[in-house]
Structures are given as C-alpha cells and as structure tokens.
Design a protein around this ligand. Structure first.
Ligand code: HEC
Ligand code: HEC
Length: 453
C-alpha cells in the first residue's frame, strides 16, 4: 500500500487544484425549506411534487447538492442535468419492458435461448403517479428490481455457467430466482440480459432475499475476467490487472483512471445521512439530491441514450429511504450497556446521527487510504461518516474494504508496520484509529454493542 503513491496523487492534485481541496467554491443557496418540517413524510411528498414539476428548482437542487463542483461527477451533471432546453432533459423518456430472471428463464438461457419479451407486454410503469409514501415505495421497489441499468454481456455469459455465477456472487433465492437481473427489450429493440440496482444492493441470506444489504460476494472484476478469458474478447491488460485487484464486494465506479475501488455500501439509514457516497460527493439536504442522483445514474448507465420517467427516479429515492436491516431480537445485557457508554464517549462525536452516521471528515484527519477522497472522479477531500445500522453483517469495513472484521477495526495490531493479516495485503492498515487504544474489557463491550445495531 504505497504511502508514496498517495502523496504523489495528492501533490498532483494540489498542483492542478483538481479536487484535493476539502471546500470548493460555495454553492448556491439551498432550496428553501421550513426547518421544522424537513424530512417529515409530508415534506418529502411536497418536495417530490416540485421535483416532478419545477425544472429551475431541480437545477438549483443539483447545484446545491454537489459538494465539489470540480470533480468529474459534478462536472458531467452540471453540464447536462436540469437545463430544461438542453442536455439530458431532452433525452427520450424510457419506460422499459422487462422480466425478472426466474429459474425458468435461467433454464432457457442455459439452453442458449434468449427468453422472449413480448412487444405488447405492459411497461414497468402504468403512468399513474402515486400520492402516498406507501404508493411511491411500492413503485420504487419495482424500479429497484426491474429497471435495467444497461445490457450486460458478462451477466448473459455468467448466467449460463452456474459454477462461475456462484463463485462471483450472482446469487439465487431458494426458488431459483436471480435478484438484480432482468431480461428486457433494449432501447434498440434487441432482447438482452440487464442488471438492476438489486444486483449490488440486495443479497440472499439463507435462501431469503435481504434488500438494501450490499452484495458482498459480488465479484464483478472476476466475472468480467472469466468472460474475457473464455471468449478471447480483447481487454486492456492494465484494466485486467486492476479488475483482478478489486475482489468481492468492491468495484471501481469512479469516472477517472485512478485506482480507487470502493465497497458496495448497505443502503440503510440513508434518510438520516446528510452526505451521500463514501467521499461525500453529494450533499443531501433535500430528497431531490437523491432523486437527481438516481435519475442521472440511470441516464448515465444507459449510455445517455434515454432518461427514466422522472416519477421513477423519485420512486427509487423514496424506496431507498424505506430500507432498513432485517428486524431481530436484541439483548441489552450489562456488557452491551457498558459498550453503549464507550460508544457515546469514543465514537458518537463522528457517528452522531440517528443511524450512527455523520458529516464528512477530512481524509488527512481520518487517515485511511485517501485516493478516493482526493480522486478526480468523485473526490471532495473527505470521507463522510457511514451509518452503522446492521454493521455486524457489513464486513469488510471502510470505504475500500481494507478491514475484515469489527475486532480488527479496533485492534491496535493492524496499525503495526509488521502487520501481515490484512485482506488487501501485508503491511499496516492505517487510519480510523478510534478505539484501538481501548483496554480489553472496554473493547469487548464496544464490540458487543456494535453487534446490536
Ligand atoms: C455494480 C454495482 C452497483 C449497482 C448496480 C448500483 N450500485 Fe449503488 N452503489 C454501488 C457502489 C460501489 C456505491 C458506493 C459509491 C461511492 O461511495 O462512491 C454505491 C452507492 C450508492 C448509494 C449511496 C449510498 C450512501 O451510503 O451514500 C445509493 C443511494 C445507491 N448506491 C443506490 C443505488 C440505486 C438506487 C441503484 C440502481 C439504480 C444502484 N445504486 C445501483 C454499487 C452499485
Ligand atoms: C473522527 C471521526 C470518527 C470517529 C471518532 C469514529 N469514526 Fe468510525 N468512521 C469515521 C469515518 C470518516 C469512517 C469512514 C472512513 C473510510 O471509509 O475511509 C468511519 C467508518 C467506520 C466503520 C466502517 C463502517 C463501514 O460500513 O464500512 C465502522 C465500523 C466505524 N467507523 C466504527 C467506529 C467506532 C466503533 C468508533 C469508536 C471507537 C468510531 N467509528 C469512531 C469517522 C469516525
């Protein structure tokens, strides 16, 4: 883990002022909200109406939501989004026809047949805008599982080879369905296999679907490499080398060529978080920030040829807010109570909100690998504090998945220059030192408390 390489990147950034600066030029004033009602259901529904109807309002919300206007993520959106008479607002609206991949569809694909999607099949959305939170959530769930982000030749390939699919975390439920994959009629009329949000943001535990949990077994790099190896399709050797380093649950989703793969996060407690993405790329003072993220993500991933109906981007945001870890019984033993006091004293300054997440912390302060925070793709100079809901099932930890367990996170051993047990290779795992100085009993109590979140 070259400390030297990071400082070179940081220096290069400083010289061209690309994105290393924690605070860019001040963004425009935020959309006006009455503080007392912010984040109530009624307020969210009202904001939704404005998202759907008011283009200048969407544009102001976009500008305000981008933490650092200089990174590539922001620049692309500032150039294309919410411009009314130009950019992505002019793209055709695409209301797709898709079929979730069931056991029967897998069988057809394995026979080398592409399942049919009837031209007269009803599209995903019937065109009726819900009026209640429950209605938006139900629609959002369908978008999450059924709206294709793009055709995926790798998945088409993986689905016909069960041993590869299994090895790379293309998971199946107890009835053989493959959550996150659809067969759909593409924008050019071809029928294809596509991925949806659920391929990364849902998982199967003991045969049961858990929505919102990161697909930590999903090894996208390995799947693509298997495809290239078997088909002989050309691949840039440098890219192949990088894909091999991602490992399960991580992918490089940034728009740059930096080496900054990130873990797929759980989508829990998002409604409490005021900054989104691990580098805090998006300021989340309004639900429009998330709706715009989703509208632009679906547009960008579908090669900027189409945009989703805006009601579907909104539904997706409201659905994401509804996600929470599966309920389970929790015992509040004296040890757990003690752990709660340790947490309050040592962790809650940063893990401060109701979902135990919080505001961005400068990468130099937290001390973890800074390349994502300072990268040109989505960098802001900081890492936002992630939520800790369901954290016991959330390994590996930190934005780069460098820490294998909660015990390792709070163990001083990992800071040792001679540490060899790190999952990303030998050497110390620096940064996020909070808790590594606790004595044995406080540490055990803290770990017991974290298990209950
Ligand atoms: C190929 C895997 C993949 C797919 C597909 C995917 N995501 Fe993600 N998602 C990620 C990764 C990786 C991150 C972390 C990005 C970062 O921190 O910069 C992320 C981050 C997010 C976040 C921010 C969470 C936070 O804690 O700040 C939200 C919200 C989200 N995704 C929603 C969605 C939705 C909705 C879809 C479907 C339109 C989707 N994602 C599709 C991998 C994926
Ligand atoms: C100085 C602020 C700060 C303090 C204090 C702090 N954290 Fe964090 N925490 C962060 C930041 C920032 C991250 C994300 C860092 C990264 O990904 O590089 C994080 C990440 C985490 C993660 C990883 C979560 C995930 O989903 O990957 C866990 C677990 C965690 N902290 C637990 C704790 C515990 C337990 C304590 C107290 C002993 C604590 N933190 C104290 C700022 C803090």
């Amino acid at each position: 883990m070259g400390g030297k390489r990071w400082s070179t990147i940081a220096l290069a950034c400083a010289m061209v002022a690309c994105s290393g600066k924690p605070e860019p030029a001040p963004p425009p004033a935020p959309p006006v909200v009455e503080a007392a009602t912010a984040w109530s259901d009624a307020w969210i529904l009202r904001e939704g109406q404005r998202f759907l109807a008011d283009t200048p309002y969407r544009r102001v919300a976009l500008e305000h939501s981008l933490t650092n206007h200089q990174n590539l993520y922001s620049r692309q959106r500032l150039a294309s989004y919410g411009r009314g008479t130009g950019g992505w607002d002019l793209l055709p609206v695409w209301n797709p026809r898709s079929r979730p991949v069931t056991a029967e569809l897998v069988t057809e694909l394995a026979r080398g047949e592409m399942p049919a999607v009837a031209a007269d099949q009803a599209p995903l959305w019937d065109g009726v805008e819900p009026t209640t939170m429950a209605g938006w959530i139900a629609l959002g769930r369908r978008v999450f599982f059924e709206y294709p982000m793009r055709a995926e030749v790798y998945m088409e390939y993986g689905l016909t080879r069960p041993e590869i699919a299994d090895a790379v975390g293309v998971e199946r439920t107890s009835v053989g369905a493959v959550p996150g994959l659809v067969v759909f009629r593409n924008t050019d009329g071809d029928t294809r296999v596509g991925i949806t949000c659920a391929i990364c943001h849902s998982t199967v535990r003991d045969g049961t679907l858990v929505v919102g949990a990161a697909r930590r077994r999903f090894d996208y790099g390995r799947l693509r490499l298997a495809y290239f190896a078997e088909t002989g399709a050309p691949v840039d050797p440098e890219l192949a080398r990088r894909m091999a380093t991602w490992g399960p649950g991580r992918a490089d989703v940034t728009e740059d060529n930096d080496e900054d793969p990130v873990t797929i996060p759980d989508l829990y407690g998002v409604r409490e978080q005021r900054w989104l993405t691990q580098a805090g790329t998006i300021r989340h003072d309004s639900p429009l920030a998330l709706a715009i993220r989703q509208e632009t993500q679906l547009t960008d991933s579908n090669h900027q040829l189409v945009r989703p109906p805006r009601a579907l981007a909104w539904a997706l945001a409201v659905y994401v807010y509804s996600l929470a870890p599966p309920a389970r019984a929790v015992t509040r033993s004296p040890v757990v109570e003690h752990g709660a006091t340790v947490f309050a004293a040592r962790c809650a300054t940063c893990h401060a909100n109701a979902a135990f997440g919080g505001r961005p912390i400068a990468a130099s302060t937290i001390g973890t690998n800074p390349s994502l925070a300072t990268g040109r793709g989505r960098g802001t100079g900081s890492y936002r504090v992630p939520t800790l809901l369901g954290v016991r099932d959330g390994a590996p930890y930190l934005h780069d998945g460098s820490v294998s367990s909660l015990a390792e996170l709070v163990s001083p051993d990992r800071l040792d220059p001679g540490y060899r047990a790190g999952r990303l290779g030998p050497g110390p795992i620096p940064g996020h030192r909070a808790g590594t100085d606790l004595d044995r009993s406080d540490r055990d109590a803290l770990l017991a408390f974290l298990e209950t979140l």
